[in-house]
Design a protein around this ligand. Sequence first.
Ligand code: ZN
Ligand code: FE
Length: 255
Amino acid sequence: MISNIEAIPAFSDNYIWILIEGNSVAVVDPGDASAVENFLSKNNLTLEAILITHHHFDHTGGILDLASKWNPKVYGPSGGHINGIDLELSENSIIKILNTEFRIFETPGHTLDHIAYYSKDIDSLFCGDTLFSGGCGRLFEGTPLQMFDSLKKFTDLPEDTRVYCTHEYTLSNLTFALEVEPDNVDLKKYFEEVSLLRDSNLISLPSSISLENKINPFLRTSIDQVKNNAENYANKKNLQPVEILAAIRDWKDNF
Ligand code: ZN
Ligand code: FE
């Protein structure tokens, strides 16, 4: 079973998660092959699997180089549109990687092909660009309703599930979240903690489902202050939860 999970930084703010069992590893969203190769050789590891969440280049750019060198199993969304994927997954697919079971969620919103990998065995969720700590992915291809339903799949998971997102966006997300929900004490405390981490250039992830439920405005559309401020921004009354998500997504895009 996977006993260790580490982050390989890539580009300006991506993390490539590396899942380790002994000397065998899997990587999630290897946008940059050289960053992965450096980690593998430094730690004497063998790449056995690649997991892809969606088609964006910062998540897929390293697939072909890594596959030609290591011949790993390459898992990803169905549709045949991502070069190098040989095992296509869909809602409720079950896969076993490094003796650890993962279940697949289809999570359209950021892109239409987006999927996430959840393992009860290791209480971990690899959610790509769907959920970020304190935020969610931009809606490049999907609708607010699709993103709402995708996030709901995550909030239904056990509270102690660790959340491995692919970008270090936490501090800027929390700066925005405080505009939406200025009286949230958990949010204020978390902002202080993440500020300290980032001052020292330390990673803010993984998060957890319980923490995100307390601080992430995109999961808190039923909270009065989130609703009221979304309505103020949109200049409309009686917004429903999906419309609140749409309003704060638009607000964040223009923040
Ligand atoms: Zn993306
Ligand atoms: Fe990305």
